[in-house]
Design a protein around this ligand. Structure first.
Ligand code: 3HC
Length: 689
């Protein structure tokens, strides 16, 4: 190799055995921001002009090939050269250009690779077009080049689905040309030399034909639309992706590219994409927490889970999935055996559905031990997660026991969803080692993990909780101690508002429908019925018909599990509005002299969700959540808050805080409005930055 020289501050150039190597080094993920585009342009021009170079390899330093366009540049004026200008240079090169891919070639990164004449990758590399998850479409040729390489049907799956694929599949589908075993760069150079030696023509994807004609493409798009109707609901990007793919089959390449760009611009400025980009950064920002510099997470190798109920078994599965040996313990009869049976069944089902291999299922099951002795379970564990019944007395008793048998330095975590963690920690001799790890049901599915820091929890233990969350594949959000922590506390006003509103005229199904149309899979009354009216705070011994819930519970209408609740259910558990429940509600309202009126969807949304915004602001001003975006990501991942709104705080900013404050003043009274919300509204400020 001749001497390596700098092209720009983030790129180098060298020639090895007749092949120019252009290396970009822009940590952390080589996003294709302006500086990277400038570096690529300069490097390419040099390579094309260099008489010693007969081929060109584009390669990235660091952990990954280009992970996409720089998302933080969207919505700002575009600085030249843009991606398509760089790709034109690549494609027009008279010397073969080979992309050498490692890590993740995503979005604009994969599009860059497709603009190269050939592509080689390591076997561990992944390629994908995840723009859809940002409310976007590939805007640098992806929708035009992918169908030319793999056909319309596969392009639809890849681009609308947005899930990256591994190198082996990419090779089989024709997206890449070779998998390099061993070192990538020498493999890529060798491949370029072989192309030149064989006199292979420059393979410009733009010149390939799409596999289907216009009519067959439209039919394929219709089929896809029909099959994926439910998944696409509420999102704008998938529909526009279909239009861009249609353009690939019906227009020339350049016309298709122009169409793609117009559609991309439409999406980039859309509220949906702004909201989804907000959540992308919110997820990453949540990991930035105020702890002393240099504090490192503690080592966690063995885990004990106390309590083999639904939550405990779910939590055990989360750790097993991530490869941790787990001891699941329950003192009650054969509860641990029953928990283990549920775990075996879940892994068996996953294997049957092809989601994991049978060997992987066996491996996970092999990491599980069960028993009824607390000491056996806890003594060898670095982390103990308590998931027993939600009672302070019971939790304090079990924490005393755990503290006595756990090894020094072991972290004691509670999965409590409402109780005061500090009161639990106070009964132990190690309050600095006590933390909340609040999983959301079903624990093995929901992505949110609230890491609750008590008044005395040490920074090292907090750091461990947060890094553990990441290892478990969760979105870890740090919360202070309060009733309900972030997500449950912020959502509680929706429940209370729904219970109040149903007395004023709208039926449970009208309220739920407004929430469903807003984007929630379930409205409050659907949720009450699913969870069971008897378990959401019904005090059976003192029940005296004081609320609709009490009346329904006293009638034995406990929800889906018993006699229906707010809805009636048939044998298949299909819900229908319940005349009985509605009569109970109207009689109750009449007794309480509540005036009746009609509410449309928008009014219902205001009544139920503005109080949520208010509570979110309170959680931020009290320091329970570190920032408003933490509230958004917590609700999006823990409560299914529709991602195209960006979460309650982002949504509130869009509506305008003055309007929300005015409405809240009238709805709940000025004294109940968050001072932070009021101040920001007065200053023209925003909750999210
Ligand atoms: N633009 C800007 N910043 C990005 C970025 C991007 N495309 N991708 C990642 N980052 C930043 C993150 O915000 C984070 O910043 P921080 O350290 O300040 O918090 C840092 O890079 C590291 O990211 P992660 O914490 O996510 O690192 P991981 O190793 O867990 O994951 C990854 C790496 C798989 C590449 C993941 O970051 C990712 O999925 N990135 C987004 C990929 C993507 O969506 N690409 C498409 C962009 S849109 C596009 O290309 C449009 C085009 O068609 C025109």
């Amino acid at each position: 190799m001749n001497e390596m020289s700098r092209v720009t501050a983030i790129s180098t150039y060298a020639v090895a055995d007749g092949i120019a190597i252009l290396t970009i080094d822009s940590p952390p993920v080589n996003a294709l921001g302006h500086a990277v585009r400038v570096a690529l342009e300069a490097g390419l021009r040099r390579a094309v002009a260099d008489a010693d170079a007969h081929g060109i390899v584009i390669h990235c330093a660091g952990r990954t090939f280009f992970a996409g366009a720089d998302i933080s540049e969207f919505g700002k004026p575009l600085q030249q050269p843009d991606l398509n200008a760089v790709f034109d240079l690549i494609e027009a090169s008279t010397k073969p250009v080979v992309a050498a891919i490692h890590g993740t070639a995503l979005g604009g990164g994969m599009e860059l690779a497709l603009a190269c004449h050939y592509r080689v990758a390591t076997s561990s590399a992944k390629l994908g077009l995840p723009e859809v998850s940002l409310g976007l479409l590939p805007g640098a040729g992806g929708t035009q080049r992918v169908p030319r390489l793999v056909g319309i049907e596969k392009a639809l799956t890849l681009i609308v689905g947005g899930r990256p694929i591994g190198a082996t599949k990419a090779l089989a589908d024709g997206l890449i040309d070779r998998i390099v075993e061993g070192d990538l760069l020498p493999g890529a150079i060798l491949y370029a030399q072989q192309l030149i030696a064989r006199g292979e023509p420059l393979r410009r994807v733009r010149d390939l034909a799409v596999d289907l004609d216009a009519t067959a493409t439209r039919e394929a798009l219709e089929r896809f639309r029909a099959t994926h109707k439910r998944d696409l609901q509420g999102f704008k990007a998938p529909g526009l992706i279909l239009q861009a793919i249609e353009a690939a089959a019906t227009l020339t390449f350049d016309e298709g590219l122009a169409r793609e760009w117009a559609l991309f611009e439409e999406l980039v400025d859309s509220q949906e994409s702004i909201a989804q980009r907000h959540l992308f950064f919110a997820e990453r920002t949540a990991g930035k927490i105020p702890i002393e510099r240099g504090v490192q997470p503690l080592t966690v190798e063995r885990v004990a889970v106390i309590g083999a109920g639904t939550m405990g078994t779910g939590i055990a599965m989360v750790f097993l999935n991530a490869g941790y040996p787990v001891f699941l313990v329950d003192k009650a009869g054969d509860a641990a055996e029953r928990g283990a049976a549920r775990i075996h069944k879940t892994f068996g089902d996953l294997a049957d559905k092809g989601r994991i291999s049978p060997e992987e299922g066996m491996r996970r099951v092999g990491l599980l031990r069960i028993g009824s002795s607390l000491e056996d379970a806890v003594s060898g564990a670095d982390l103990v997660v308590e998931a027993i019944f939600e009672s302070m007395a019971l939790k304090q008793a079990i924490f005393k026991e755990i503290d006595a048998v756990a090894k020094a330095g072991a972290i004691l975590a509670s999965n409590t969803s409402f109780l005061d963690l500090d009161e639990i920690a106070a009964v132990t001799a190690r309050p600095d080692q006590v933390i909340g790890l609040h999983f959301f049901a079903p624990a093995n599915i929901m992505r949110l993990l609230e890491v609750v820091r008590g008044a005395r929890t040490s920074d090292a233990v907090i750091a461990t909780g947060m890094s553990l969350g990441r290892r478990l594949g969760k979105v870890a959000v740090l919360s202070g101690v309060c009733d309900g922590f972030i997500a449950n506390r912020v959502m509680k006003p929706r429940m209370e508002a729904a219970e109040a509103l149903v007395l004023e005229g709208p039926t449970p199904s009208e309220i739920d429908r407004a929430m469903n149309r807003y984007g929630f899979a379930m409205g409050p009354f659907q949720m009450f019925d699913l969870v069971g009216l008897d378990v959401i705070g019904w005090d059976r011994d003192n029940s005296a018909g004081r609320t609709v819930q009490e009346v329904l519970c006293e009638m034995g209408r406990w929800g889906q599990k018993k006699n229906g609740g707010y809805y009636d259910y048939d044998e298949q558990r299909r819900a229908a509005p319940s005349p009985v429940a509605e009569q109970v509600i109207r009689e109750f309202a009449a007794r309480a002299n509540v005036p009746q009126q009609a509410f449309d969807d928008a009014q219902i949304v205001e009544r139920l969700l503005y109080p949520v915004v208010n509570e979110g602001a309170k959680v931020v001003e009290e320091g329970i959540a570190l920032r408003a975006s933490d509230v958004d990501i917590a609700l999006a991942t823990g409560y299914g808050w529709p991602v195209w709104t960006g979460g309650p705080m982002c949504w509130a900013d869009r509506i305008g805080l003055p309007r929300i404050v005015d409405s809240l003043d009238a709805m709940i009274g000025p004294d109940s409005v968050s001072p932070l919300l009021r101040r920001l509204a007065a200053e023209g400020g925003r909750l999210t930055s």
